[in-house]
Write a protein that binds this ligand. Structure first.
Ligand code: LIP
Length: 275
């Protein structure tokens, strides 16, 4: 019910803010202890693990029947209809390792496999993005809305580097696609955190974000923040979003969504033909 959702929200917001202090304090420390996951560019620090533990222990202590999917603790991802917290303890770990102040905690509550609470908190810059299903999206308590730009030619795009997925290397086709996007839009930006990229779309600072190789914890909170701010979230081909498909297109409106989906479908066709 709504009142139990409010209870969950208040409790997890408090936990998220105190977990943020751990990240803020550690962020400035040089020579952080870094381990590699799947590749030398796939990083994890002790702070990622500590923050995830802190959040899971804190939530489990209050709501023992809730489930969790966490970047650092979930070996396989099984999403059920049960209330499930989807957690990225530090989205933008690479930024955190470099003390580049754009990383965040991303935490969402899924019920029936749909997000109902989304919190993205960058403790370095004190940016707290929040959303609850049907109740709008907020930055530090102030309502936020997507931008009203309708043409790609005046859009600012949040684009992450083309990786690390082995399926999406900077092939000549991809380079051509990126060049035409940069020619045909205002410009592009890269924050190094999917969750913060999504929040830039939500607050109207950028018009679009798309990416491949995403995990569910990268997008769980940001998705709700974008839709509650009036934006659109789809598959990269413009069809319905599959939250476990590792790909997403988020935009301020249908016009920009159509324009980008068309190019991404064309790119996919080209890559398929090439095999
Ligand atoms: C990262 C994302 C980043 C994306 C990477 C990675 P991490 O999350 O937020 O934007 O391009 O694929 O998933 O590993 O820092 O939590």
């Amino acid at each position: 019910s709504n009142s139990s959702l409010d209870l969950f929200y208040d409790a997890v917001l408090t936990l998220t803010k105190s977990a943020g202090q751990i990240i803020r304090e550690k962020n400035l420390e040089r020579n952080k202890y870094v381990e590699f996951k799947k590749s030398p560019k796939d990083l994890v620090t002790e702070t990622d693990k500590q923050v995830e533990r802190y959040l899971i222990d804190g939530i489990a202590g209050k709501f023992p029947d809730h489930k969790f999917i966490g970047e650092e603790s979930s070996k396989e991802i099984v999403l059920t209809d049960a209330p499930t917290w989807v957690i990225d303890p530090i989205d933008g770990t690479m930024n955190f390792v470099h003390s580049f102040p754009h990383s965040c905690i991303s935490i969402a509550l899924y019920v029936n496999k749909q997000p109902v609470i989304g919190i993205v908190y960058n403790p370095m810059l004190e940016q707290l993005f929040t959303a609850r299903k049907g109740q709008g999206a907020y930055l530090n308590g102030q309502p936020i809305k997507v931008s009203q730009v309708k043409t790609l030619s005046t859009a600012l795009l949040m684009l992450e580097n083309w990786g690390p997925s082995p399926n999406y290397q900077l092939t000549p086709e991809v380079q051509e696609h990126l060049k035409s996007l940069s020619d045909d839009s205002h410009s592009s930006r890269c924050l190094g955190s999917a969750a913060l990229d999504l929040c830039m779309v939500a607050c109207g600072a950028a018009e679009a974000y798309y990416s491949y190789g995403l995990q569910v914890w990268d997008i769980a909170a940001g998705e709700l923040i974008v839709t509650e701010a009036g934006g659109m979230v789809t598959d990269v081909n413009g069809g319905p979003l599959d939250r476990l498909a590792k790909r997403m297109l988020a935009t301020n409106n249908k016009e920009i969504n159509d324009a980008l989906a068309e190019r991404l479908v064309a790119l996919e066709e080209k890559m398929k033909k090439k095999g």
